[in-house]
Design a protein around this ligand. Structure first.
Ligand SMILES: [Zn+2]
Ligand SMILES: [Zn+2]
Length: 112
């Protein structure tokens, strides 16, 4: 999975938009994406248990900033002070909920 073509933080709509290619764009709501964080403070790496409950994430969560980490991940600085989580391209792609990805997840890999 290579890096996306473009990453946009839409603070007015509270979504992160990632364009993988001209015909594939993922949109992630801030709060939801914050809940998917896989860092050691958010997820128990042995049991997979979530250590942050949705109620702990502010309703009006914002993004202070975002930066690329190497060529493999995005680090988001959330307004609640959390910035230790990295979102790798693989993880982000697996979180995509566009119609095409949803269909793929339901039916398994497309037959060519
Ligand atoms: Zn985290
Ligand atoms: Zn998708």
């Amino acid at each position: 999975m290579g890096p996306p073509e473009a990453i946009q933080i839409h603070r007015d709509q509270r979504v992160v938009e990632i364009r993988w290619s001209a015909d594939h764009v993922s949109v992630y709501p801030f709060r939801w994406l914050r809940e998917q964080c896989e860092c050691a403070a958010c997820k128990n790496e042995w049991t997979g248990e979530r250590l942050v409950s949705p109620e702990q994430v502010p309703e009006d969560l914002g993004v202070e900033g975002a930066e690329l980490v190497g060529n493999y991940a995005l680090r988001i600085r959330w307004s609640d002070g959390h910035d230790t989580g990295l979102y790798t391209w693989e993880h982000l792609a697996s979180l995509c909920r566009c119609t095409r990805c949803e269909r793929k997840q339901r039916q398994g890999p497309e037959m060519q």
